[in-house]
Design a protein. Sequence first.
Length: 453
Amino acid sequence: MSDYVGDLMASVKAKNPAEPEFHQAVLEVAESLALVLDKHPEYRKAKVLERIIEPERVIMFRVPWMDDQGNVHVNRGFRIEMNSAIGPYKGGLRFHPSVNLGILKFLAFEQVFKNSLTTLPMGGGKGGSDFDPKGKSDEEVMRFCQSFMTELCRHIGPNSDVPAGDIGVGGREIGFMFGQYKKIKNEFTGVLTGKGLNWGGSLIRPEATGYGAVYFAANMLGTRNESLDGKVCLVSGSGNVAQYTTEKVLDLGGKCVTFSDSGGFIHDPDGVDRDKLAFVMDLKNVRRGRIKEYTEKYPNATYTAVDPSLDHNPLWDIKADCAFPSATQNEINGKDAENLLKNGVYVVSEGANMPSTPDAVDKYIDAKILYGPGKAANAGGVAVSGLEMSQNSMRYSWSREEVDNKLRDIMKNIHDACVGAADKYGTPGNYVNGANIAGFLKVADAMMDQGVV
Ligand code: NDP
């Protein structure tokens, strides 16, 4: 670690104690950017990185709501408005009991670089709550969303901050929040993305993150004149990103053999075909059940429950070619990465945000596999959110093919920007450096133009 990065990290840790995920995200970016800052002292003089690390605004609020039995609950709501140098704050809302300030700051920080990579005019933000939608009735979720939006609506707007979904926030939650925003503000605008198709949503938005992660993998394979055809793929999670990753892998001739949730994972050596995927979509999106049920319906598959005593996740210890981590942060540790490499995996395309620990990332880089970090590989979701904003502004909607073609082009451009920046700064093939540097430069130049604000 250079002196500059060491000093920077000491200050970040002192100012932001007990936020390990935020420290992790900043360190990874700072290490990549050391290459740029050496060549561009003007950025260092203007303290551009130091300013990007400090959120422009952090909003924290009480979210009281009543359950079906009349009991009152109190959750905490957040919105991190991280950086608006290149456009309105943009980034998802996460509802999960693990949510805290540090996790949302890491996600908002990553979002700044990701949104810049999409080439669309979007700044970075993130938000959410420690509310757990699992096991709640639709009415309870609605009351929570209404209470959350009653406060959040003071801070967002179609030209200032445009939230979307993330873990625990899908079409149902976006609908409830949009309804409440509209009622309070008396305006119909594109203040949220991920909306329903008949009230301002974009075609391909639900599919975009998963499809994009697969397009990114296909682009990486293209650099070796290979394709996804015939490839065996490991997928974690079973939510939005995991489902559409599996669908696009099927479209491109590959075979996904796993799904997981917080209870455990299923392994289906025959592969998840379209009927099985439809079963999982119904299980997770409609019945809101557990992935374990997959093995009751398809007895050839096995279920392995999470074992907290293990130092690794056996999902990543299955023979395969590609891995698409699509659940949550730090779900692949150093031991898991060793297992992936040992089992023949040479493509990792991250649908989730920061799913690999720094130790795991070092192992991928040392092994020179095709590793697409989340801020590049999963940028398709926010890219189509950006396209949803454009369609809302025009009061017009593009066809499925138009949006999918734009998504495919954006993922190719992001891929090529990462390759170009990694080459230019002397680390060819390193998509981590490529993504961090390419994402940073656009934001940094905008901040230089706009003065010390
Ligand atoms: P969903 O809520 O639809 O699905 C999340 C999945 O991950 C579920 O299967 C969930 O299982 C599992 N999961 C979540 N947290 C944990 C945990 N702590 N331990 C184990 N499993 C967990 O979310 P998404 O599919 O939208 O998001 C998945 C990842 O993709 C996240 O990292 C998110 O930030 C990232 N992402 C999402 C985008 C989007 O457009 N939706 C855009 C870019 C990135 P369970 O239900 O049991 O909790």
